[in-house]
Design a protein around this ligand. Sequence first.
Ligand code: ATP
Length: 348
Amino acid sequence: MAQVLLEGIHKVYPNGFEAVQTCSFTIQDGEFVVLVGPSGCGKSTLLRMIAGLEEITEGTLSIGDRVVNDVDPADRNIAMVFQNYALYPHMTVAKNMGYGLKNRGISKAAIEAKVREAADMLNLSDYLDRRPSQLSGGQRQRVAMGRAIVRQPDLFLFDEPLSNLDAKLRNQMRIEVRALQRRLGTTAVYVTHDQVEAMTMADRIIVLNGGRIEQIGTPKEIYNTPASTFVASFMGAPPMNVLNATVSDQQVTLDAGLELPVSAPAASSGPILVGIRPEDLTLGEGTTPFDVQIVEELGAQRLLHGTLGGQAFSVNVNKDHEAGTGTIPVGINPGAVHFFSREDGFRI
Ligand code: ATP
């Protein structure tokens, strides 16, 4: 069991590129934290520094009550699960799972018992004699998980472990991984670029953008009160509508002149950005005209795309709603409107 503490962690690659810039956060004992962000935001670099696979340029990293900046990866008592499984092709499932215990002075019988126990948890008991090539992608990923579990580490590190699986299996595996981590109570750091994975799996999410932390919060906090337009657009599919507007005496007017029936925060004035999630609108009620150009049928929901005051806009409605293309009034729930600075994109 371990708490993980990052204080002012900074990474400059030998070519001078600053991949991670002064990141500080604490991961509580037993917590499942997801690092999420677009390609190149620095999430793998951060994870690899925690693993000890990448040198830390500046800052202090502690796992448990030990500063581990200069501790060898093998001595950090962590287990890492990769996207490509990293299994030995010539070894059986049982041998792959037990491999990490071999040089630790543990008896053969004890290793076998640990492997059997992990295989049981992962529904792999019938496959222990097979080689990785004789398994499906999902089973291979379970073997990689098994190898991590048998070592009883202080910390699990996951680097996009589900990216090679098809969509259905990915959904199933994310539930399995989360259930397993809860059962074991092991602290976990999980890297993904998939916002759905982040929302569904995390106790807390850390959103990274350009090597910096944009926001840290529970999935609900991140979704309901995004710290910036970057977070607002990255977390949520379809993304939040973000409109250019101007505030005068708290009245919000879109750039093309359309007045919105909402009141801006007292502290704001001049050019701002207004954010409204596609599901926070009532179609067919209210007074704001929405020009619908395309309707996407998603099964349980229908997604209407068009423009509001000349700016791109989407509204999500339930499958029973019969709206088609053309101009339809929408009602805006004033409590669900977000305001951001037009200068830096951060929340007002
Ligand atoms: P992805 O989802 O594509 O894996 P990521 O968020 O994990 O992206 P990193 O792999 O951490 O991103 O890379 C962060 C930035 O650092 C990228 O711009 C990348 O090009 C750069 N980078 C990574 N490794 C090196 C290196 N060895 N030397 C120089 N720059 C590097």
